[in-house]
Ligand binder design. Sequence first.
Ligand SMILES: Cc1ncc(COP(=O)(O)O)c(C=O)c1O
Length: 375
Amino acid sequence: MIYKIRFVNPGKNYQMIKDELDAVYFEVMSNGDLIDRGHLKRFEENLAAFVGTKYAVGLNSGYDALHLSLRAAGIGPGDEVIVPSHTFVASASAIINAGAKPVLVDVGADFNIDCGKVEQFLELETRNSRLKVKAIMPVHLNGYIADMAGVMQIARRYNLVVVEDACQSLGAKMDGKKAGSWGLTGCWSFYPFKILGGYGDGGAITTDDPKVALYATRMRYNGEDRNTGDYHGHGFTCLLDNLQAAFLDVKLRHLPKWIERRREIAQQYREGLLDLADLILPHYGDPRRDHVYQNYVVRSKQGDFFSDYLQSNGVEVLIQFRKPYYKHEALKVENRGFPETEALSREVCSLPMNVEITNEEVGYVISVIRSFYGK
Ligand SMILES: Cc1ncc(COP(=O)(O)O)c(C=O)c1O
């Protein structure tokens, strides 16, 4: 289907910064700087500075960042890790593939982990003398930071490692402190359609802990210390390519103004849709937290009728997710009952949100939605 309004438009985004991207491409290619070179190092320094941590380690994906973070923290067989019931499956897969068990906890109206329900679960497990939870993985979904002040308080009380799945929220803050700088690690994805997207897979860990940074730096390279040639364990092949790092570094410079643009678009959606009673918009009004709008996810009581109507009127939308991951039998994760996740899964619809879109195009999306509701 040819859409009138694309969900994202990477070709147009390339045209916006073509000269800068082409310049680093020719630089990297003509120097043959492909693996573990200066562009990677510079990108890591700039990413760490942006997030507000001492270190950043470039990896092949957000999944690798989560997986290596858990291993770095010594999480493994016999351990449980709390993770939201509404997230991308990679959050839970990283826990399983580290040998631990994901324990799902429901989210709140902001799509992020509900600290009250986390506490309830931990209290119950403690009372029954069966507490095996060693870590918590809050996910900052859609560009909105989870209640990290609350998560950190719980983590201190129960002595839990905090691994932030920040893959969707580069630049989001709570109390002025950025996502990815609260826990032991912040985990990033540079999948092409992320707020900072590469031209293939990419990811990173941010951390203040030198041991974790060193562990990830070795394990991304099959356990090898590149300076000495010694192996420090059986690792993985998951280094961020120097060429991707060079592209990401260019885009990172544009990120602050791109986040502002996303906020402008969100405001335009808000003004155009606020009066529609069957639609819940992602504006949560918490003065301590801000939103970078990786995704502009509305909830429509009309579910698929709503999203199908948008698609058939030329507006490309994304549905994440109609079927929660715990309902996929092959994944074998425990479904303890998650009413908020169930409710929002029936209703979610991500509207086009990207820095390529024009105000007129956003206006068209608004007009299609209003016509669906007979306005
Ligand atoms: C919330 C969340 N966690 C983890 C990931 C995994 O990142 P990647 O696709 O780079 O492995 C993603 C991105 O797709 C994500 O959105």
